[in-house]
Design a protein around this ligand. Structure first.
Ligand code: ADP
Length: 672
């Protein structure tokens, strides 16, 4: 079974979506840039920290190395070895401390009295003689003697030929024996070798390590690469008498933007991806919730469609059936497969014949024919089927099988008819006494005329008076006929059973009931007046029923007048006049006590009566009959100038029927 699109409230337009997207993209760009900058900054500071740490470590090692050198030299200075022994010890020292290139012995006047060069190194003063490079050494020795501890000299450059040379720093220790200066011991330390002695190969690969002067001039350097000059650190290595400035320069340059950018991009995109996944997950959850809700509502709808008693059917704009529910299928006796995608000619022959007329939402009665050929009345309500955008995609209609309702209506009509018949019989019963009273008159007249006739015939003279006899016979005939009429009028009334609605002149209706009404009025000594507008209006009605209504109202009026004294005389008026709006009004006016305020609400209730012999059905029947005719029955009290109730007026309306042609023509002539 296909499901038609049902109308849904259209969603509000998304508010400036492009603005949100622009903002999102800008936000991502800013976040990415910031991320790159942060990463680079972080990398740089990490690198700088590393260089700082390396420098501090190197400085500490250098200090330690120089301290060892100082100790060893001081130990050598303290010994008073003979020359040969001293040379051996000095050579051993030079071998263990690679940075020491040469050890000298000097006398108290600073004159070199013996020297040992490092065998692993080219002799220091082979190009320039020692005495030409002696100033710094002597200053250190003087300072050492003064300070009473070994002192370091300023560094100086010792050329070694071929453009090569060695930056050297001397360590001078004074030799004191019994508080007398006996001489000095001088060790020449190569700054280059000193640096190499502390650096590790790992360090040397990535850093340029050097000693610099105060103005930044590099004195010696080690390490394979050249420093990039970005991550640099300086440390002062203080030694007695002198201080060296250690300079470490990392070969690493500034953190590159590109690798960081790609990292950031990857990171950012991953974040974005994560965000998208979160959004998707959220969306999925919402979707599945919506699907569940949809499923539930679909199940609910299905249950509703299947349990609803009215048939539901949807059609597209071309008139093809797109949906039917179970009730509809049951009603017409076709399966959904036999109905879907087709027109409605199968079960609705009228529409197939005349597709123009469509039932609206107000409803329209039609007749369906079921698959089995059963014809049954249906009430159809149809309304447009709108999609989510409010466009009409077809029609949806509900069809209600009226057969059951019709059956109930038939039964109730039958019951009503029976009730009316009963009420009529009751009225007739009531009339029986009236009838006997009424027949009394003609019968006694007949009796007396008959007796007179017999007398005349017995009297030989009288027999000779044929005119008198004839008159008597005529009277007898008249009275018999009158009696017969009286009986017939009752018979007519009781027997009339046809229930056709036919046009009839209002005066004929009134005339038909007049004998009965007058009969009753005579008994109550009331007068009956009839006023029917001329020409008499024609009404469309079930004649018997309306006569019954008129009789009931007239009888009620006469009975009401019996209960009180009327001024100047009891009078019942029956009036008929057209209202001009396609309706004709009938009024029965009496001079009775009127309907009391307390009775107003009840008099139309079945079996409500204030009369001892009453049944209380008259007015309720009258109202039913008039309403079945599409009219209304009402009443009001008549008042005189002082506001006193002078009677009651019961009136009802009936639909006017077109006049007969001859009558209409005569009316036109009359108007002209
Ligand atoms: P019933 O005539 O058998 O009593 P109805 O249904 O005809 O039953 O009337 C119900 C009641 O309405 C009457 O008993 C009476 O009290 C009141 N009624 C009817 N017609 C009139 C009238 N013309 N004037 C005053 N009261 C009336």
């Amino acid at each position: 079974m296909s499901t038609p699109t049902l109308s849904a409230p259209s969603l509000p337009a998304p508010p400036r979506r492009w603005l949100w997207w622009t903002m999102l993209i800008a936000l991502i760009a800013v976040a990415q840039t910031w991320l790159v900058w942060l990463t680079m900054d972080f990398q740089a500071s990490r690198q700088q920290q590393r260089v700082d740490a390396i420098t501090a470590e190197l400085a500490a090692q250098l200090r330690h190395r120089l301290f060892i050198d100082t100790q060893r030299l001081a130990a050598l200075a303290d010994s008073t070895q003979p020359s040969g022994e001293w040379r051996r010890e000095a050579a051993a020292l030079l071998l263990s401390q690679r940075e020491l290139l040469r050890v000298e012995r000097r006398d108290a006047s600073l004159k070199v009295i013996g020297a040992v060069d490092n065998p692993l190194h080219k002799p220091l003063f082979s190009v320039l003689p020692r005495d030409q490079l002696d100033f710094a050494t002597q200053s250190a020795c003087i300072a050492a003697r003064r300070a009473g501890e070994p002192q370091y000299s300023q560094s100086y450059f010792v050329p070694l030929g071929n453009g090569l040379g060695e930056e050297v720093m001397d360590l001078c220790a004074a030799q004191v024996s019994d508080a007398h200066l006996t001489g000095y011991l001088v060790g020449s330390i190569s700054l280059g070798a000193l640096l190499e002695s502390v650096e590790s190969p790992d360090l040397a690969r990535n850093h340029e390590i050097s000693f610099v002067e105060g103005d930044g001039t590099r004195i010696v350097r080690t390490g394979s690469p050249h420093g990039a000059g970005v991550f640099v650190a300086d440390r002062v290595v203080g030694v007695p008498g002198h201080s060296l400035q250690l300079h470490v320069d990392s070969a690493a340059g500034r953190p590159g933007v590109i690798p960081n950018l790609s990292t950031a991009l990857v990171l950012g995109l991953s974040l974005l991806l994560f965000g998208v996944v979160l959004v998707l997950a959220h969306d999925m959850r919402r979707r599945s919730r919506a699907e569940r809700a949809l499923g539930e509502s679909l199940a609910f709808r299905k249950a509703m469609e299947d349990s609803v008693l009215a048939g539901l059917r949807a059609r597209d704009m071309q008139g093809r059936v797109t949906f039917v529910n179970q009730a509809f299928c049951d009603m017409v006796g076709y399966t959904p497969g036999q109905l879907l995608g087709r027109g409605e000619e199968r079960y609705w022959p009228e529409v197939a014949a005349a597709p123009g007329g469509r039932p609206g939402s107000q409803g329209q009665e039609a007749e369906f024919v079921s698959n089995a050929g059963r014809r049954f009345p249906v009430m159809i309500h149809e309304s447009p089927l709108l999609d989510a955008d409010g466009r009409q995609t077809g029609w949806i209609c509900t069809a209600l099988d009226l057969s059951a309702q019709r059956r109930i209506e038939d039964v109730s009509r039958l019951q009503q008819e029976r009730l009316q018949a009963t009420a009529r019989l009751a009225t007739v019963g009531e009339m029986a006494s009236l009838l006997s009273h009424e027949l009394n008159q003609p019968l006694s007249a007949i009796t007396s005329f008959a007796a007179g006739s017999i007398n005349l015939m017995n009297d030989p003279q009288g027999a000779a008076e044929p005119p008198l006899l004839l008159q008597a016979m005529e009277r007898i005939a008249e009275q018999s006929e009158r009696a017969g009429r009286i009986i017939r009028s009752v018979q007519d009334f009781v027997r009339r059973r046809e229930h056709e609605r036919l046009p009839i002149e209002a005066d004929l209706l009134v005339e038909a009931i007049l004998p009965l009404v007058r009969m009753q009025a005579r008994r109550s000594s009331a007068r009956v007046e009839v006023h029917v507008a001329q020409p008499a209006p024609r009404v469309l009605c079930d004649r018997t029923m309306i006569e019954q209504v008129l009789i009931n109202l007239a009888r009620n009026g006469i009975q009401a007048m019996e209960s009180c004294v009327q001024e100047p005389e009891p009078l019942l008026r029956i009036e008929v006049f057209p209202l001009g709006n396609g309706l004709v009004e009938f009024a029965v006016v009496d001079r009775g006590p009127g309907v009391g305020e307390e009775l107003r609400a009840q008099i139309f209730t079945p079996f409500f009566t204030t009369r001892e012999e009453g049944m209380g059905l008259g007015l309720s029947l009258c109202r039913t009959v008039i309403e079945q005719h599409g009219g209304s029955l009402d009443f009001d009290n008549l008042l005189d100038a002082t506001g006193r109730v002078t009677g009651a007026r019961f009136r009802f309306t009936l639909t006017a029927a077109p006049r007969r042609r001859a009558q209409a023509a005569s009316q036109e002539g009359h108007d002209a």
